[in-house]
Ligand binder design. Structure first.
Ligand code: SF4
Length: 473
């Protein structure tokens, strides 16, 4: 695996900077809570949602357990429809295949729809290196391309930008008039992008789903730009992670409803496109359709029964919005393209635990991610598995564990001696007296517990323990 430049230990520094920046902290807080609430409202009034989740999970289980069969079926059907299938094991292979197709099409520009796989393989860098201009056409991706950043969220790449930030970027990079009215900002982006759709020889998209039964690439969106990228240019390239397959067209109804409600709280997203081969006589659409099937670490997860379930993910982003850690530290702290609870699984799996050893620890294990996941992925269990992998294969330096090890040993010993535990709790209650105010401790001076109160308050011990109350009752 190539060095991706990920340094997951920066999660502490970048996360701390986000928390300390009131504008950024508020942008993450308000955006995630808005999406979380939309999802909640959308699923709470929908009686069949649990059944839908079970059906989605079962369809994904079926595909992932029989991936070789469904990959073969999908590829045969794409070719039967007139498309061309390419297989890429690594990020470098994906980039090489795409650059070759673009060169053969003699195109100088590529219009891109939002695709996390393209971010994952750093396709823009490869295209630019080959003298080809990639143009992001999703509004959020367009904004972060101008800012030179990575996506901050799977569904909303520019979730961390305010309208003033966007206005600054448009003034600086595309000579736009200053405005912070959302409709006017959108119109500016539309004008800048419209001519690119006509000019570009190649359009590139990802795939939300790939239907094995029919060889269909399915994309969902709200802006209409994916439909333009995949139909106006002469050549269409779709990057498809091998886990994106679903067995039958009939399953699509399940996933479309799960994705919209879980991601943004919509019953359905505005546009759903089913792309089955290039254009036929009398039709609109591209003359050539290329489907690049991407492994880049996925087969390794498939081979590990403890991590396989990670491949059920439909990238809805719900676990990010629900995660108390993501809400605070934001997407960039995770150091790569995937963030939040699913990023804490995907990144170590794809780039190796050595480069991402801190990520599985960036979780309170509260289970909120599993609760909202439309396909019920057991994220907390897999995080625990990765924590133990991290300790085996990329152990922390002994000096970093020095304060933790004796503290946890002492804690375990006390927990095994109830009388001692009760006595300890009594002392702790007296000891906290000078520090506790209205049920909270603002600052604990003793290391390593002092780390906790650097960024947040610590709940004070209750004046009466449960056992004491129980006795009285
Ligand atoms: S893990 Fe589940 S909730 Fe998170 S992005 Fe994937 S499908 Fe959505």
């Amino acid at each position: 695996m190539s060095d991706t430049g990920i340094h997951s230990d920066e999660i502490h520094q970048i996360g701390g900077e986000t928390i300390a920046n009131p504008r950024l902290a508020e942008a993450y807080r308000s955006s995630t809570i808005r999406l979380y609430t939309h999802r909640l409202n959308s699923v709470s009034g929908f009686a069949g949602f649990e059944r839908l989740r079970e059906a989605g999970r079962e369809a994904k289980r079926q595909v992932i357990e029989n991936l070789d069969y469904y990959l073969g079926q999908f590829a045969d059907n794409v070719e039967r429809n007139g498309g061309k299938v390419h297989w890429a094991d690594t990020a470098e292979e994906v980039c090489r295949i795409v650059v070759d197709i673009v060169r053969r099409a003699t195109a100088k520009e590529v219009v891109k729809a939002k695709t996390m796989v393209a971010e994952e393989v750093e396709l823009n860098r490869a295209l630019e290196g080959a003298g080809i201009r990639p143009v992001e056409t999703d509004l959020g991706e367009f904004i972060i391309q101008l800012a030179g950043e990575r996506p901050a969220h799977i569904v909303g790449p520019a979730i961390h930008k305010t309208r003033d930030d966007v206005s600054d970027l448009f003034v600086k990079h595309i000579n736009a008039e200053r405005t912070n009215v959302p409709e006017e900002l959108t119109a500016i982006a539309r004008r800048a992008l419209r001519e690119m759709f006509q000019k570009a020889g190649v359009g590139l998209s990802g795939a939300n789903f790939a239907v094995a039964e029919t060889g269909t690439v399915v994309t969902v969106e709200n802006e209409g730009n994916i439909r333009m990228c995949t139909t106006i240019p002469r050549v269409h390239i779709a990057l498809v992670g091998i886990e994106k397959l679903i067995p039958r067209l009939a399953d699509l109804g399940v996933f479309i409803r799960l994705l919209g409600r879980s991601g943004t709280g919509q019953k359905l997203t505005t546009y759903t496109s089913l792309l089955t081969g290039p254009r036929r006589p009398g039709e609109d659409g591209p003359e050539e359709m290329h489907v690049v099937m991407v492994d880049n670490g996925r087969i390794k997860s498939l081979a590990d029964p403890k991590m396989r379930e990670m491949l059920y993910c439909i990238r809805c982003g719900a676990c990010l919005n629900a995660c108390p850690v993501y809400r605070k530290i934001g997407g960039h702290a995770y150091g790569w393209v995937y963030s939040g609870p699913i990023g804490a699984l995907v990144t170590p799996e794809f780039v190796g635990i050595g480069q991402a050893r801190e990520l599985p620890f960036a979780s309170s294990l509260c289970g909120a991610c599993r609760e909202v996941c439309p396909v019920k992925i057991n994220i907390p269990d897999m995080l625990l598995h990765l924590r133990s992998e991290a300790q085996q294969h990329a152990p922390k330096p002994t000096e970093a564990l020095l304060p933790e090890r004796p503290a946890f040993r002492l804690w375990a010993w006390v927990m095994r001696h109830p009388a001692l535990y009760r006595l300890g709790a009594k002392f702790a209650r007296w000891g906290q007296f000078p520090l506790a105010r209205k049920g909270w401790i603002r600052k604990i001076p003793t290391y390593p517990v002092s780390n906790w109160t650097k960024e947040r308050d610590f709940p004070a011990l209750a004046p009466e323990s449960f056992r004491e109350r129980w006795k009285k009752l």
